[in-house]
Design a protein around this ligand. Structure first.
Ligand code: SF4
Ligand code: SF4
Length: 209
């Protein structure tokens, strides 16, 4: 799934197939976290921190998984000794404190997708495929934009959508979970999620928003 299924599904649907349709953390963010989505920090500094953190977690996870595979392959106790502190540290710092306490408890402070933006290794992996090899994108008709900022305000992933719209640039960002809300709240119809499936989902969002 990780090496074949994920790239194929992400090619057709972007990371939304997982982050918006499958993941339990995403489901919680879209329900309990939805009233706080506008609190996501849109600054450049936040974007830089996000990229460093999420890719660091991905490297950590890959390293830990490699150690576990090495243990299984060799059956060597010495590797067991190295990997155990790794996954205990991961379980406490990332699995418990970050994804649980900060990821959910900080909704009213940092918005609804703190974990997805800064800590989820799956989001990092999906994001790489989305950015480099995916048909999914949000297209813009920049000439219609009145710079109201609704799209940026309600982007739960902290993307400054308006900046792209003003330049008429397609939004191809690794972090976009394809929730469709930027498109739904735009009063000028500037933003469009590519593909029929995306459009149906966007209309559903409009009726719920
Ligand atoms: S679809 Fe729009 S609102 Fe949703 S994460 Fe992507 S850019 Fe943000
Ligand atoms: S919501 Fe639409 S009109 Fe308003 S800034 Fe965004 S793209 Fe422009």
């Amino acid at each position: 799934m990780f090496f074949i299924g994920t790239p194929i599904l992400t090619y057709f649907f972007g990371k939304r197939w997982y982050c918006s349709w499958v993941c339990g953390c995403g489901g919680l963010a879209e329900t309990a976290g939805d009233p706080f989505r506008h609190l996501s920090d849109k600054s450049l500094k936040s974007w830089k921190i996000e990229r460093w953190m999420i890719h660091s977690v991905l490297v950590f996870v890959v390293l830990m998984t490699a150690l576990l595979w090495a243990n299984v392959a060799t059956g060597r106790a010495i590797l067991q000794g190295i990997s155990e502190p790794f996954y205990k540290t991961y379980a406490f710092l990332i699995g418990s404190v970050f994804s649980g306490v900060v990821g959910v408890g900080f909704y009213p402070i940092m918005g609804s997708r703190v974990w997805c933006r800064f800590g989820c290794p799956m989001a990092a992996w999906l994001g790489i495929w989305q950015k480099k090899k995916s048909k999914f994108r949000i297209t813009t008709n920049g000439s219609q934009c009145i710079s109201c900022g609704n799209c940026s305000t309600f982007c739960e992933m902290g993307i400054d959508v308006r900046a792209y719209a003003q330049k008429g640039q397609d939004i191809v960002r690794a972090s976009c979970v394809g929730c469709g809300v930027c498109s739904a709240v735009c009063p000028r119809g500037v933003l469009r999620l590519e593909g029929a499936v995306a459009d149906i989902d966007t209309r559903a969002k409009v009726s719920n928003f």
